[in-house]
Write a protein that binds this ligand. Structure first.
Ligand code: SF4
Length: 309
């Protein structure tokens, strides 16, 4: 990766773990260590926010330019000459996380037991930036994290169903983002650099029922763009038969503020109304919510949502 890009990423708080991969301390890790407040995935699924690594094996490689994305996007898309080795990424991401949390030790608000735990991550979110299915050694990467007893969350935009289908090693939980009810809105809001992005996303949804792991669909809801259309979303969800559906309000943060306005951020109330309207179209129910994250969880009420370690 060019030096200038590395500088920009480091300026945005990314900790590079090679030429193409990086870690960034998640806001919720520091929130948990300092204020005891956890992310919604701790509430819904039982992961420990303070022990979670937020990383990407392809920090600069995405085939979407979603207008609501908080990440820096001004890089010209490219295909790297080479990729970082999975084992190197894992080892460096663990030491990067230790370095990133080291500074909290001196903070009197930080609980020392929790700080020690934070230095031993047990969860990784492969969701930092870029589209992880564009990393050719994704299966090996997941395997390396699992070998170390870590749970793995993989977040994809769904544009590479063939890669997901070919994974020998699957994550603990896989997410696909559905940020549009139809192709027209998808092309305008997600700005795919692949011509058949919409068709590929729908292929990924059709693949989900065959995956023998926890599956989740996340709706990133942007007021004035994709909030509504519950019937269309329900039809897409029926294809995927996910264990979990997250209705999540867009948040006006990071670089998205250059492309969106504060008015595009839906209230928690309107996210919940959306979830209840969606509920009417499906045989799953609203089972949980987290107001300060503007997110509502739908699932089969009989289903256990907490991950067993
Ligand atoms: S699961 Fe996501 S939000 Fe929660 S701590 Fe990890 S990276 Fe942050």
């Amino acid at each position: 990766m060019e030096k200038i890009k590395k500088n920009i990423l480091e300026k945005h708080g990314y900790y590079l773990t090679g030429d193409e991969s990086a870690v960034k301390l998640c806001h919720w890790v520091s929130e948990k260590l300092i204020n005891g407040r956890a992310c919604y995935k701790e509430k819904f699924y039982g992961i420990e926010s303070h022990r979670c690594i937020q990383m990407s094996p392809v920090v600069d490689g995405c085939n979407h330019s979603c207008l609501f994305c908080w990440r820096y996007q001004d890089f010209i898309p490219r295909s790297p000459d080479s990729y970082d080795e999975p084992e190197d990424i894992v080892e460096r991401s663990l030491s990067a996380q230790r370095a990133l949390v080291s500074g909290f030790k001196g903070d009197e608000r930080c609980d020392s037991k929790m700080w020690k735990e934070a230095r031993k991550p047990n969860q990784v979110a492969i969701s930092l930036a870029g589209e992880p299915t564009m990393y050719p050694y994704l299966s090996d990467l997941i395997e390396e994290y699992k070998k170390r007893g870590m749970t793995t969350f993989l977040v994809t935009n769904g544009t590479h169903p063939e890669i997901i289908e070919s994974l020998d090693e699957l994550p603990t939980q896989i997410y696909v983002t559905i940020a549009a009810p139809n192709k027209k809105i998808y092309n305008k809001l997600c700005v795919p650099s692949v011509r058949d992005g919409w068709e590929r996303l729908n292929k990924t949804l059709e693949l989900f029922p065959s995956l023998d792991i926890r599956t989740a669909v996340r709706h990133t809801l942007v007021k004035g763009w994709n909030l509504g259309w519950e019937k269309e979303y329900a039809d897409m969800i029926k294809k995927a038969e996910p264990d979990f559906v997250e209705a999540k309000g867009y948040v006006f943060v990071g670089d998205s503020r250059r492309r969106m306005g504060l008015s595009n951020m839906p209230s928690h109330g309107s996210v919940k109304e959306f979830a209840h309207r969606l509920e009417k179209e499906l045989d799953i129910r609203v089972v949980d919510e987290k107001k300060d994250s503007r997110v509502v969880l739908l699932s089969d009420p009989e289903k256990e949502t907490i991950i067993k370690r």
